[in-house]
Write a protein that binds this ligand. Sequence first.
Ligand code: BMA
Length: 326
Amino acid sequence: MTPGGEQLFARHPANPIIRASDLPYAANAVFNPGAARVNGETVLLLRVEDLRGISHLQVARSVDGATGWRFDETPLLQPTPTHPEEVWGCEDPRLIWLPDREEWAIVYTAYSDLGPLVSLAMTSDFHEVRRFGPVMPPEDKDAALFPRPFSGRWAMIHRPAPLRGGAHMWISYSPDLRHWGDHTLLIEARRGAWWDAEKIGLGPPPIETPEGWLVMYHGAHGTASGPIYRVGLALLDLEQPEHVLHRSDNWVLGPLADYERVGDVNKVVFPNGWIHDEATGTLSLYYGAGDSVVALATARMADVLDNVRSAPPPQHRRASDWYASR
Ligand code: BMA
């Protein structure tokens, strides 16, 4: 039987795989990493929160992707006076290899004094970066590019925070990665008692599969003791990614382990990176736990796809359905 729901992902026995005390300098917390496979090694771009509360992005490398992490001495991205939009930190990176450009995109949250916004930078080696600067104004976060253009236009999923109503996932298009438009509602937060009610956001970047774009997203469920952050799955059409083919009803990973339930923010699993090893069919999911440490969970890609395919088609498959229902 295909494992479903909370059985889908297996937590790594070495969890949490990275703690702040592993870093070569003093820091409060290390969490919400982006993930990439570079020259036969796993690269994590860690969000490190320093002892002021400001976050920067730091590279860690490991051969097996779980142990033996080596940390760079200096951050890859940290707030700099020429980028005032980062004054309160660089957070929650997603890493996307762009074959057309032969470089990695780093999509991250820049924390400006007017609120969080989406920023973009490029690197070819995780040693040097080139900043593009803000691509979405505040408040907006939880963004990633698709790795290839659609009819000549890049696509990005992101999560603006509107003044009214819930916070939903949107998709936008750009001819040049700088100018974004055709903003379209992609997946809406559910309402009421649902695990993904009121506020959702993209997790790791979408992965292209023969069945569609595999998407993982987090949902924040409000409770009397604060939100619980869990994650679920969706599948998007391969050529028209604004069309949602399936969306899971159940969450597939939630805070159960001690290091997920207790941290600077309790009851949080927050994945920003995953690596699909096509040779073994393994999907390795890297996530922040409790806004304090980094953890790893693995699943078989075939099981993940079975899980999302078994979900019913969503109530609103495309934005026009959503608008029509209001
Ligand atoms: C979200 C983001 C994440 C954080 C999560 C849980 O809004 O700010 O960086 O991990 O909340 O606190």
